[in-house]
Design a protein around this ligand. Sequence first.
Ligand SMILES: C[S@@+](CC[C@H](N)C(=O)[O-])C[C@H]1O[C@@H](n2cnc3c(N)ncnc32)[C@H](O)[C@@H]1O
Length: 243
Amino acid sequence: MTEPTSSDLPPAPEVAREVFGERLADASRYAELLAEVGVKRGLIGPREVPRLWERHLLNCAVLSEVVPEGVTVCDVGSGAGLPGIPLALVRPDLRITLLEPLLRRTTFLQEAVELLGLDHVSVVRGRAEEVLGSLPPVHVVTARAVAPLDRLAGWGVPLLRPYGEMLALKGDTAEEELKAARAALQKLGVVESSVLRVGKGLVEQPATVVRAEVGESPGGVRFAAKRAKAARTGRSRGVRRRR
Ligand SMILES: C[S@@+](CC[C@H](N)C(=O)[O-])C[C@H]1O[C@@H](n2cnc3c(N)ncnc32)[C@H](O)[C@@H]1O
């Protein structure tokens, strides 16, 4: 059996017009970039090409339904830009940071951001647990396929502002992961958590999202102290802004 190639990228489905509106041409450009450059550089598997629209672009863009108006967002472990770039295409009101430790991925992200003219998006190279104190705290952390929920929360929740929220795209394991992570979430200052289905009745593959909302001390007391210290001394490791 031969591997799919970029020519196996299907045309945008009808629903993409509804989801991406006037940014549909840019969404198609991003899909082509993933199918060609993304596959060539090993950022996305060739088998994903035929399902790029349904499983990746649309499934990520519908996250928009649960992101509040005009907030700051950090997409932790953005990889080739998922969910951050589809979200940015449909939500020019947000300010989005794509956080990713690997250079070849941040290089791709920067190219995509420039190609698509996403002026409200910046790319930062670093690991979530190492940028604390050097990135301004955000209202919303997003993540997909980065780590099990309890570990992801340990990285993502401390990046939040008080009363912010983490939105983790999780698929079928969402309920189970949330149950297993409840105690860890509580320690990190999460005051409310739930599993949401977004994009239902709109896209073929709705997204299953764990939403974890923090109180006034995101990351818990230990992180509040660490962040305050990092802000005072201006010291933190592993951060490189790319724009
Ligand atoms: C499986 S990929 C998923 C990429 C993208 N979110 C997606 O859904 O296609 C996981 C990504 O998380 C990044 N990552 C792993 N550990 C991380 C950390 N501690 N902080 C930030 N990113 C991390 C990896 O470099 C990788 O790009």
